[in-house]
Design a protein around this ligand. Structure first.
Ligand code: ATP
Ligand code: MG
Length: 393
């Protein structure tokens, strides 16, 4: 039978709280696997086991879900068999032939937690290695730098064989760091910021500012699709859509042009904090990166942040665009992020935005715009949209 093994990552360093993190990891995994058949999910010695128990259990999807699960450093497909060298060797030769057949060299590494097993680990490795070498005459043994390592694990209930694991998603289990709101624009940066913070154990809810008719239904659909792509990693990511048109028109009508963006950013912060608080989110996350555009200079970020009433996390702050794009591609968001779209940030863009705004000046201009009532109306009219995780293979 094919099973999935996941090696826990940072979770194992958690000392006293370790059990809590482990339980969260397991319950998250069980929950996500539920729609793909019945699986037995348990942990032993820093390893998570996923065993299919129903006929219809979908092993491919289970592997994809496990590979994406935050908290696991590595994952592999393993094959279980009876605890004797005949069965272990046969299983390795049959099941691992795709990698063994393509490699030039190999070694066998054995771990034995069943100390009652009649052979030692080196003896098992030698015996199984000998039989593999017989079955694949082109394959040579190389214990120092093998192209493929065959792992044999002799456990209490069964033996398992597998080859080199693939990297897991890393990070910490969903929600173990609390909950935050990600400001999702539809660009490249904010989905990456969402992924990075979810990886650190934050459960996320999205907030999107929508300026119909300046931004279209299609732009909103694009953001919801990005949220679904993210939910394929984070498991859960509803989006709160904020109708932002009236606020933006008021800013356009009452503020000097060079202040449009900074006042709008501050308004977004206030509204986002209110929406976040209502949904028990304790921080905001944005995709801002230092110096990328006029509203992301240190001075502009400081003036923007002054309007926030909770911590603002900006995980992309020190990343270059290229580094952000690499993550975007890896999480499957890039192709959607680059679809042409309008964002409310690009609706009334000043020709010459202030790159070094002074807080005192901004506060004065903002006061004249009298935004409180319009902001309260926007908050009251927020629409919460559920998203379905997208798990394209
Ligand atoms: P992105 O690639 O995420 O769009 P950006 O580099 O284009 O970011 P801005 O457009 O200045 O930068 O936006 C900075 C951040 O503000 C975004 O990363 C996002 O977190 C937030 N933001 C921008 N527009 C919106 C929006 N319409 N709704 C929600 N959040 C937004
Ligand atoms: Mg943008």
């Amino acid at each position: 039978m094919e099973i999935i093994l996941g090696k826990m990552g940072e979770v194992v360093l958690k000392g006293q709280n370790r059990r809590q993190f482990e339980n969260r990891l397991l319950s998250t995994l069980r929950h996500r696997l539920r729609r793909y058949g019945a699986f037995n999910v348990y942990a032993m010695q820093s390893t998570v086991y996923v065993e299919p128990v129903s006929e219809d259990a979908d092993g491919e999807m289970a592997f994809e879900i496990t590979r994406r699960l935050f908290g696991l450093a590595a994952v592999s497909r393993a094959y279980s068999c009876a605890k004797n060298v005949d069965d272990i060797s046969r299983t390795a030769i049959d099941r691992l032939s795709p990698s063994l057949g393509a490699a030039a060299s190999f070694k066998v590494e054995t771990r034995r937690s069943d100390k009652a097993f009649p052979m030692t680990s080196p003896e098992i490795s030698r015996e199984v290695g000998g039989r593999i070498a017989e079955a694949f005459p082109a394959l040579r043994v190389d214990v120092k730098t093998p192209a493929v390592t065959v792992y044999v694990e002799v456990r209490d209930r069964a033996a398992y064989v597998h080859t080199d694991p693939t990297p897991g998603a890393g990070g910490l289990p969903q929600g173990t760091a609390g909950r935050a709101a990600i400001m999702l624009s539809g660009g490249i940066d904010s989905p990456v910021a969402a992924y990075m913070m979810a990886k650190r154990g934050l459960e996320l809810e999205g907030i999107h500012f929508f300026s119909y008719p300046y931004t279209s239904e299609r732009a909103k659909d694009k953001v919801l699709r990005l949220a679904s792509i993210l939910a394929g990693h984070t498991g859960y990511l509803p989006v709160h859509v904020v109708p932002f048109t009236a606020v933006q028109e008021r800013i356009r009508d009452r503020c000097p042009e060079e202040y449009f963006t900074i006042i709008m950013r501050r308004s977004m912060m206030r509204i986002a904090c209110a929406v976040a608080e209502r949904n028990e989110c304790r921080a905001l996350v944005t995709g801002e990166s230092l110096g990328q555009v006029a509203s992301q200079t240190l001075a502009a970020l400081a003036v923007t942040e002054e309007a926030a009433s909770m911590p603002v996390f900006r995980p992309c702050i020190g990343l270059d665009k290229e580094e952000i794009v690499t993550i975007s591609r890896r999480i499957g968001a890039f192709e959607t992020s680059i679809l042409p779209y309008e964002d409310c940030c690009t609706v009334f863009t000043p020709r010459h935005p202030r790159t070094k705004p002074r807080l005192a000046d901004v506060l004065e201009v903002e006061k004249a715009a009298e935004l409180e009532e319009l902001e309260a109306e926007a908050i009251a009219a927020v629409e919460r949209v559920k998203t379905e995780p997208l798990l394209e293979l």
